[in-house]
Each structure stands twice: as structure tokens, then as C-alpha cells.
Write a protein that binds this ligand. Sequence first.
Ligand code: SF4
Length: 350
Amino acid sequence: MVRAGTLREQDLVSAGLIEAGRLEEIARVADKFAVALTADVAALIDPANPADPIAAQFVPSRAELEVADEERADPIGDERWSPVPGIVHRHPDRVLLKPTLLCPVYCRFCFRREVVGKRPAMLDQRALDRAFDYIRRRPEIWEVIVTGGDPFVLAPRRLADIVRALDQIAHLAVIRFHTRVPVADPRRITPALVAALAAEKAVYVVVHANHPRELTPRAKEALTRLSRAGIPLLSQTVLLRGVNDDAAVLEALFRGLVAMRVKPYYLHHADLARGTAHFRTGIEAGQRLVRALRGRISGLCQPTYVLDIPGGYGKVPISPGAVSAGGEAGGWIVEDPAGARHAYPPDPEG
Ligand code: SF4
């Protein structure tokens, strides 16, 4: 389950990313969940730091063998909403299309870790045609989210075929790609890949990034190539204990993204995937961070903090409220970024 051309368990030892004595434990993890790191990601890791936030995201650990009672194989209920292979249709106006289950790296907290990197890894042409047909027959579908796995591991020619097929479906307005490639394997964002995304319809790219150190000059080049092609860029971040559960780290990440023309979109509360309890913060801790960020960074830098309700019930915002009913009848109390409370509307005498 280790992608060819990437670092294998043994490579992790020779790269100094794990000690030889941990090899057996890592092999047990790799039996259950795919393992892969790109050279770009490996180069970001400080092997001398046992708490390195990049290593924590990609280097397997024994903690993944421990499954908490509340954890699930399919935490957000993809299976329940999958009418045909490769499609997840949870909300009336949009579907997920998963042409591949391969990724350039395998994140240790992945919510699809039971399926990514495993066979069958690709939708064959017949299944892909069936998926397009499913979309074609439903005029209520407005947006297709091409995800996986990571769709940007596909060859540009294959990606262009997908974009072309979707572009020809009259009722679709938006084709959205979810990817980790611009930060994890930025050299894949070639002019040919960017050209493959050209369409009449609006094409958006949502980049998964969790730590400011992922925003390397090479990642910037990749993102610039996409934005220069007129593709709007958004980001999603997973809130991870020991990686980015710190206001200063999130601030640097979101400022860095905006400076690279990427609008922070979602901050995900980590899902209940099996073997990932060591990554999860409590919701209260997440809300404290979101509250701290309100006073520190502009609205442009602020994503929406969301939870995907286990079982496939969809995503909901879980940011702390800044407003509650109170004061005069029909009035409200609003909290400013510093935590002070104010009546709304204000007292005309005050
Ligand atoms: S890149 Fe996305 S789909 Fe792939 S392992 Fe990471 S979180 Fe999962």
C-alpha cells in the first residue's frame, strides 16, 4: 500500500525519519493504512524534533493502531450516499466525483483512510461514464466536487477528459477540485495540468494545507500557476492537535495562504476516523482558537470552523456565537473580538 516512487517504510529509516527499532510497528500500521511521503514533504521534516508538525501529519505512528469507541471506518458516511461507484450525492445540488483513490502523500488523520491508497484505486472508463451519466440525468446538480484520493495525481490528459465531459453537461455551473498536490507534490502542477483545467464553466481549486511550513516557495509557484490561469483558489485545513492547534500557527497559515491568493475556506474539526484520536482537539479548544483569531486577523483570512456530522448528515458551522438574545425585549448581546459584551441596538442614551 505504498505508492511507487515515494518513501517506503525502510526509506523512512534511512532518511532518519524513524528509528530502525520502530520499523515493525510502522509495518503494522502500513498493513492497515496506506503510507507515502513525497520528497518535498520529507525535506520539510526536522528529524531532530520529535514533535515536528510535518512529521506528525505524514510519518506513521503506533498511536494509529489504537481505535477509540467513537471512531468509524466511514466517519462522514460516504458509503451511505453513494448511488453508483465514484459518486457521493449527499446534498441535492452537488455531488462528489472520486475518479481515483490515490494521493501523493497519505495523511495520518485522513477521514477516508480506510479506502485511500487501496484497490481498486481508479474508476475505470465504464464506471466513469456511469458516473457522468448519473450527473447528466439530474438537472438539480449544480456543482461537481472532484476529489478522491487526489484528482491532481491523474495524468493531465485524463484530467482534461474529465473536465471536458463535465463541461459539456449543460446544467452544471461549477467544477471544484479538492487537492493536496500544490503543497505536497508541487512539481505536478505543470503547465499541462493547468491547461487540463480550462473550461467554460467556473473551475475552483481547494487546496488542503495545515501548517505554514507547507507554504514553500515551490508551493507558491504551483499556486501562482493556477491563479494566473484565472482559477479561484480556496483552502481547507484540518485542526490537528500538535500540528496547528495554536492561534499563532493558524494565523501564520491563513495569512500565508491569503498572500498566495488562496482564500481560507474551511477549518475542519478532525473526523472520527479510526486510529486518529491522538490528533483530535475538543470542540471547545477549537472554538477558543477561532475566537482568538477573530481579534488577530482580517475577515479575508478567516475560514469557517466546521464539523462533518458523523453518519453522513452533512457539514455544519461550529464557530462560537458572537450574538445572543438579551438586554431590552427583542434586543441582542454581541461580543466584540476582545470579549467585551455590548447591547444591540445600543441604548440611545448611552
Ligand atoms: S490528501 Fe486528502 S484524501 Fe489523501 S490522504 Fe490526505 S486527507 Fe486523505
